[in-house]
Design a protein around this ligand. Structure first.
Ligand code: NAD
Length: 320
């Protein structure tokens, strides 16, 4: 149990999940939101993700003793899987119901929200101007020692360091969606981040059940997306070019590498809309006759048919 205060700026998909995992691990957690209507949007998300976390925790009871269990339990919520029993999981779930309520607070007043914070994690929309405005408003309100992190997926911390008023105490702390299961935390400083801050963020990530993945320099896309995006693009190019079909491409990957899922199975999890948006950002996607243009058209056809991935029951595969 920690008495450290964590503040999350932004109560969207990821902000809510980050706040909840901090609360689950005993941190006093405050969401700073900008308006009453933001509260109206964030409160149901807190409820929904709390319920999902507890549901996944309870589902893990069926995995105790199952050899595949070690790959499937909610890793961000259970630190010692080997010692787990169904009774212990029930206890964790009961405790979670209590602390996910007790440790969560919402505050509209930025000064009140950030006062006494050990760490503030900014998880607002991917809008540089909005992030700069909030950092600028926040910089004189933060305690001297407060660490400031961004969860941005595509923007580098060096773009914002100068606006934070504390460049040496600022870095990226990047989480994955469904944080309680996918417990990666990529930690990336900008050239001015102090080693003390970097190490403190690594330790904090461990304290909230994450596996800290340290980057030694700035890299757009961090480690994961620097590999995943070209990999998925290469698979889509094989498909769009008519070289092979998604099932065969996936089978090739699984058989040859021992990986549990192929690129099109991964695309179904990521969601075809996200894949489409990433593809359309490439200038070649706008030029008729390019492979990126063909990929865009094929993905759009599937999206228009409602085949958007696992969450929609169908993507490249069908899900019951
Ligand atoms: N969604 C993902 O899978 C994912 C994964 C890792 C990291 N991220 C990163 O997390 C951040 C948030 O993404 P998300 O998916 O949660 O987005 P989202 O759209 O669900 O939420 C964004 C939140 O930012 C708030 N916001 C926007 N402008 C604001 C302002 N000016 N002041 C205060 N609040 C403001 C919105 O009200 C909303 O609550 C982004 O930087 C994104 O790159 C997202």
């Amino acid at each position: 149990m920690s008495n450290k205060k964590v503040v999350i700026a932004g109560g969207g998909v990821l902000g809510t999940q980050i706040g909840l995992i901090c609360a689950y691990h005993g941190f006093d957690t405050t969401f700073w939101l900008r308006s009453e209507s933001s509260i109206g949007r964030t409160t149901p998300k807190i409820e929904r993700y709390s319920a999902l976390m507890i549901e996944d925790l309870l589902k893990a009871k069926a995995l105790v003793g199952n050899p595949m269990g070690a790959f499937m339990y909610p890793k961000g919520m259970i630190s010692d899987w080997l010692g787990m029993t169904a009774e212990k999981i029930d206890e964790l779930a009961e405790e979670a119901k209590r602390i996910l309520k007790e440790n969560i607070h919402i505050e509209l007043d930025m000064a009140k929200a950030v006062k006494g914070a050990y760490i503030v994690i900014e998880s607002m929309s991917e809008d540089p101007k909005a992030k700069i405005d909030v950092y600028t408003a926040m910089k004189d309100l933060l305690d001297e020692d407060t660490i400031l992190c961004t969860n941005s997926s595509t923007l580098l911390p060096s773009m914002f360091a100068e606006y934070t008023g504390r460049p040496e105490k600022y870095c990226s702390l990047h989480f994955a969606n469904t944080i309680w299961k996918n417990n990666t935390a990529e930690i990336m400083g900008h050239p001015g981040t102090s080693p003390e801050t970097f190490n403190a963020v690594v330790k904090f990530a461990e304290e909230i059940g994450m596996v800290p993945l340290q980057l030694h320099k700035e890299q757009p896309g961090y480690i994961l997306n620097s590999m995943l995006v070209p990999f998925l693009s290469a698979a889509q190019a094989l498909w769009a070019n008519g070289v092979s079909d998604p099932e065969t491409i996936d089978l090739t990957w699984r058989l040859a590498t021992g990986a549990p899922a192929g690129p099109f199975q991964i695309l179904d999890i990521v969601g075809l809309e996200t894949a489409y948006n990433i593809n359309q950002m490439k200038p070649a996607a706008q030029q008729e006759g390019t492979i990126e243009n063909m990929i865009g058209k094929l993905l759009k056809e599937k999206i228009d048919r409602g085949e958007k991935g696992v969450n929609f029951g169908k993507g490249f595969y069908e899900y019951k």
